[in-house]
Design a protein around this ligand. Sequence first.
Ligand SMILES: NC(=O)c1ccc[n+]([C@@H]2O[C@H](COP(=O)([O-])OP(=O)(O)OC[C@H]3O[C@@H](n4cnc5c(N)ncnc54)[C@H](OP(=O)(O)O)[C@@H]3O)[C@@H](O)[C@H]2O)c1
Length: 358
Amino acid sequence: MGEKIKVGVLGATGSVGQRFVQLLDGHPWFELGALFASERSAGKRYRDAAKWFLPYPMPEEAAEMVVRSTEDVGVDGTEDEELTILFSALPGSVAKEVERRCAQAGYCVASNVSVHRMEKDVPLVIPEVNADHLALINEQRSNRNWRGFIVTNPNCSTIVLALSLKPLMQFGITEVRVATMQAVSGAGYAGVPSMAILDNVIPYIEREEDKMESEPLKILGTLEGSRIRNASFTVCASCHRVPVMDGHTEAVWVKFEDEISEMEVKEAFENFNTDVDIETPFAPQKPIILREERDRPQPKLDRDAGRGMSVSVGRIRPGRMKNEIKYIALGHNTIRGAAGASILNAEVMVKRGYISRT
Ligand SMILES: NC(=O)c1ccc[n+]([C@@H]2O[C@H](COP(=O)([O-])OP(=O)(O)OC[C@H]3O[C@@H](n4cnc5c(N)ncnc54)[C@H](OP(=O)(O)O)[C@@H]3O)[C@@H](O)[C@H]2O)c1
């Protein structure tokens, strides 16, 4: 690829925003052109505005950039001609208006935020699962008369679940139950006070169960013309915050139409492979890694698999209900579950011609 595509990050100082800045450093196709955050950070150098907490040095170029106000992006007359993609890690309360304004102004918005995910003409994409849903981009642009568009990636727990369910779809899933053990970084930089989470488990995460029960059905649904027909099974979720820094762990129970063996499920995970055209810089070699050890996967040991882009599965065993299998799945919530997922989506959009350099 010749000249790099200039990208910006909305919400660049937060938990997911910092991941974008770290992961985009040295990206072979994309170059960081602008960082946006709230009025609190606007005008400051990134090194002073962001409370950097990742276990890597802050990239030098980003550190010296002056943070811009999100209020200025996409506003008439202030278009930044150089930027093509805006990665969004904004709070839901501000994202709706900002992302729409930016899409209308011509940017490709690759969003982590939940506000647009379930809209009928907005793709909700995990490339290894449903890259074909990107076709909704054309529908969206013509419905809304936008020069740009919005593409979303799923909630950080949903992505782990939906990716692990994909190879099992062939066996006829009828019901899924899932209990999550979610890392604190999933709540944002200032999300959970340390006094509340240390030595504790919090059995409530606002709106998380709704997302986990609805998003997988759209992702695993079928594109029919310009609409998605949702997958027809039910998902029942119970979500919990645990004192882990990064990496969401999920206990999953899946019921099938017919009897199924542990071995069939293991083989399906082991043999799962993505389409060739998803080979991009951020695509993991193996989207799903089967862990054979009896006490895996674990966040500390497995969250960085595939540079944080692989989901690990293990403890595959029969459930107590008829035709049921249970297993544990785990993925890195701010990489596979957020910034890395958006970057992979953008790469696939470049590869499929939805984003081009003008
Ligand atoms: N954390 C995860 O694992 C995860 C995973 C998937 C999706 N998400 C989603 O990603 C989004 C960001 O999450 P996060 O965990 O990174 O949150 P966060 O740590 O709280 O960061 C929020 C970011 O948004 C900016 N911001 C706050 N209020 C703003 C306003 N009024 N106008 C413009 N910018 C504003 C903040 O800038 P200042 O520093 O200037 O305040 C900061 O850069 C959320 O929608 C979340 O649901 C998070």
